[in-house]
Design a protein around this ligand. Structure first.
Ligand code: NAD
Length: 436
């Protein structure tokens, strides 16, 4: 099939490359000229395991191309995917201006029947909005359908998730257009569910809202463990083995971040409000998440008081491991608070330092390795659970630090081991330990 994917970010680029790999002719469109030029030169705008090889292979085979010309890509396609960003507005609502701009562009280029697929995460009713915009702006009276096909990939395993999704949700206005999408996805041999457009739009938000709730729930249990003297990691093991609960997303820590959960939870609350519904549970989920950083930094402040001129090594900046994405990363807040309290911050992240430098305030020192960051530090803070940090030579880490003190916001080490290695170790939902 001939496909255009509009928006060449984490979702659009991976989706486009995978569709090309399945044998389709794919044009990836973006309005960011530098991004498209870079991609034409073989430079990936994002870090995603396996992406560079996948793109190179399909470009070399002539199935994948990159363009800034939306009209041309639309005219050459039977199916047009919208995968542009839908960032949050200050109010918490989703900013749909990019989706609207693309819908108008598609309308102007519409020359024959096409299927327009919304892959961006958009509030319920956006399919109707896109349909309406195309109807009002098309130059010729040609027919088209608008489908909702929400994306569930996770950054860091985006290719694997796109090749082997748990489920493919197709919110289609009629059976015929549903069949077109079924055919496109058939080679993946994964479970597909066909729904109406509104339900598909809600499935995406309901899924992310639920996962955010799971994270906030276990973080509240962690708070309780701290007060009662329990160990949240043991509680998680005991809960997670129950198949009705499951261990995924049951990790106590600094709370959820990233480009999806915070914005999707807020957007769902706003959607409810616009419909006259108060989503009380999700409001609490957001509140609990917001409190995580103040609580964590409060602990650091209490232990190190005063923070003035203390050197703190923050290990991990990306919002989660295996990505360079810094959007809504919890480290941003941690570092911001530490700097505001007068601390000197040295950092290291295996993939996100370039993006972090654009987002963190001046004065942060960027280091070449964990040991480099920890050299002479009064404390190490773990903000992202990269595997690399789990495998650190902790003996060496302790030796380079001024004071053997670790605040682990992701519970990546065993307290007893840390005690034996001579650290004072504070983690989430577990008792602190002190050197033997
Ligand atoms: P992104 O910011 O990485 O990429 C969006 C791209 O769209 C950018 O390259 C931008 O230049 C381009 N763009 C914006 N306006 C445009 C326009 N008018 N014409 C052409 N291109 C335009 O975003 P992303 O992370 O890929 O997310 C895209 C959508 O998918 C969002 O709605 C997001 O919520 C959703 N989503 C993201 C993930 C994820 O893990 N990143 C997972 C599932 C769903």
């Amino acid at each position: 099939m001939n496909i255009a994917v509009v928006g060449t970010g984490y979702v659009g680029l991976v989706t486009g490359a995978v569709f090309a790999d399945l044998g389709n002719d794919v044009a990836c469109v973006d309005k960011d000229v530098a991004k498209i030029e870079g991609l034409r030169g073989g430079h990936m705008p994002i870090y995603e395991p396996g992406l560079e090889e996948l793109v190179a292979r399909n470009v070399a085979d002539g199935r994948l191309s990159f363009t800034t010309d939306l009209g041309d890509a639309v005219r050459r396609s039977d199916i047009v995917f919208i995968a542009v960003g839908t960032p949050p507005k200050a109010s918490g609502e989703s900013d749909l201006s990019a989706v609207e701009e693309v819908a108008r562009g598609i309308a102007e280029a519409l020359d024959r029947y096409k299927v327009i697929v919304n892959k961006s995460t958009v509030p319920v009713g956006t399919g109707d909005l896109v349909r309406d915009l195309i109807e009002r702006n098309r130059r010729r009276p040609v027919n088209f359908d608008v489908v909702s096909n929400p994306e569930f990939l996770r950054e860091g395993s985006a290719i694997e998730d796109t090749l082997r999704p748990d489920r493919i949700v197709i919110g289609a206005p009629n059976q015929q257009v549903a069949m077109t999408l079924l055919e496109l996805y058939a080679p993946l041999e994964r479970p597909m569910i066909i729904t109406d457009v509104h339900s598909a739009e809600i499935i995406k938000y309901a899924s992310n809202g639920f996962l955010a709730a799971k994270i906030s729930f276990i973080n509240e249990i962690a708070n309780l463990c701290e007060l009662a003297g329990g160990d949240v990691t043991q509680v998680i093991k005991g809960m997670g083995l129950d198949p009705r609960i499951g261990a995924a997303f049951l990790q106590a820590g600094l709370g959820y971040g990233g480009s999806c959960f915070p914005k999707d939870a807020n957007s769902l609350i706003q959607t409810g409000a616009a419909l006259g519904y108060d989503f009380r549970m999700l409001r609490s989920v957001v509140d609990v998440n917001r409190e995580r950083i103040a609580r964590f930094v409060g602990l650091i402040q209490k232990v190190l008081d005063p923070l003035d001129d203390r050197v703190i090594a923050v290990l991990g900046l990306a919002f989660k491991p295996k990505t360079d994405d810094m959007r809504e990363a919890r480290s941003l807040e941690v570092v911001g608070w530490l700097l505001a309290a007068g601390a000197r911050v040295r950092t290291y992240d295996p993939a996100a330092m370039a993006n972090a430098q654009r987002m963190l305030p001046a004065g942060v020192e960027y280091c070449q390795s964990s040991y480099d960051a920890a050299a002479g530090a009064d404390a190490v803070v773990i903000a992202t659970e990269w595997n690399e940090f789990k495998l650190l030579n902790l003996e060496r880490l302790r030796q380079v630090m001024r004071r053997p003190l670790v605040f682990d916001g992701r519970n990546i080490y065993e307290p007893e081991r840390m005690r034996r290695l001579g650290f004072e170790y504070h983690s989430i939902g577990r008792k602190p330990v002190y050197p033997a």
